[in-house]
Design a protein around this ligand. Structure first.
Ligand code: LAC
Length: 300
């Protein structure tokens, strides 16, 4: 059962995630941690004030003290600097990798049974750092990336076809970066190939691949947060409700999809265990090629 959730990092993604959680789940305790104590405390107070509208009974704490994450059932790591204009996700690795590894050491001591969700970028590498540092059963560490990319894809498909997201079946795999794998051949609308509804598919692929950067180019000093935080909340909901939903997340692969010891986005069965099962879908020849390239990201 998910009773206590800790969100590390109280920036836009962390605080918006906290709001989604209060709106959608009945938690016993929600802890917001940030190196900036005022930010975590202020956000926690503001969030508490939604109680009269949302009627939750959740105890909310804002703190700069990581020891408050003790005995969490789910821990989300959004801490780190966000990608700024002109920065690649890889540029972030130096700073955010060190932050993630320090946090992992604390989690290991304080919440050895938690399910850990990485949100900080570069997502797949941060998920890998956490997986290796924590040494938890692999399904208890995952990265939120491909489900966000998939929602972005649904948005583009809706806008192009005019058909509601409800009737669309599509999925993005691979890295949470511009190298993500977007294959229009496998998208369907009510079981029919997408190409029956949309003639020009080329810009669908680049539209999804560069959506994060497109948003950063407008916001300039910050990156997307409404969709990323909701994607993360949906993952926590699937865990809390033991829903057996198939959601693409970044997870350590051990031979699946022909890859070993790398984390990347693949469809997974999500329930109270975290990633209970990695779903291996049959890949096309071009997808196989794309998957092969993933291990290069983890070299050096
Ligand atoms: C994005 C960042 C949050 O894709 O990774 O917008």
């Amino acid at each position: 059962m998910v009773k206590k959730v800790s969100v590390i990092g109280s920036g836009s993604v962390g605080s918006t995630l906290a709001f989604h959680l209060l709106s959608r789940l009945n938690l016993r305790e929600l802890v917001l941690v940030d190196i900036n104590k005022g930010l975590a405390c202020g956000m926690a107070l503001d969030l508490e004030d939604t109680r009269g509208f949302l009627k939750f009974s959740t105890k909310i704490k804002g703190t700069n003290n990581l020891s408050q994450i003790k005995d969490s059932d789910v821990i989300v790591i959004t801490a780190g600097i966000p990608r700024k204009k002109g920065m690649t996700r890889a540029d972030l690795l130096k700073i955010n990798g060190k932050i993630a590894s320090d946090i992992a050491k604390k989690i290991k001591k304080l919440s050895p049974n938690a399910i850990v969700i990485a949100v900080s970028n570069p997502l797949d590498i941060i998920t890998h750092i956490l997986t290796k540092e924590l040494k938890f059963k692999r399904g208890r560490v995952m990265g939120m990336g491909s489900s966000l990319d998939t929602s972005r894809l649904y948005n583009i498909l809706f806008k192009k076809s005019g058909v509601s997201a409800e009737s669309i079946d599509a999925c993005v795999f691979g890295a949470h970066s511009k190298d993500m794998i977007v294959s229009p051949d496998r998208f369907t609308i009510k079981g029919q190939n997408l190409k029956k509804f949309i003639k020009e598919v080329k810009d669908i692929v680049s539209g999804v691949q560069f959506r994060g950067a497109e948003i950063v180019s407008h916001l300039k000093t910050r990156s997307a947060y409404f969709a990323p935080s909701l994607a993360c909340c949906c993952l926590i909901e699937a865990i809390a409700n033991d829903s057996n939903e198939i959601i693409p997340v970044s997870v350590l692969l051990k031979g699946e999809y022909g890859l070993n010891e790398v984390c990347t986005g693949v469809p997974c069965l999500i329930n109270r265990k975290g990633v209970d099962k990695i779903i291996e879908v049959e890949l096309t020849a071009s997808e196989k090629k794309e998957f092969k390239k993933i291990k290069d990201v983890f070299k050096g």
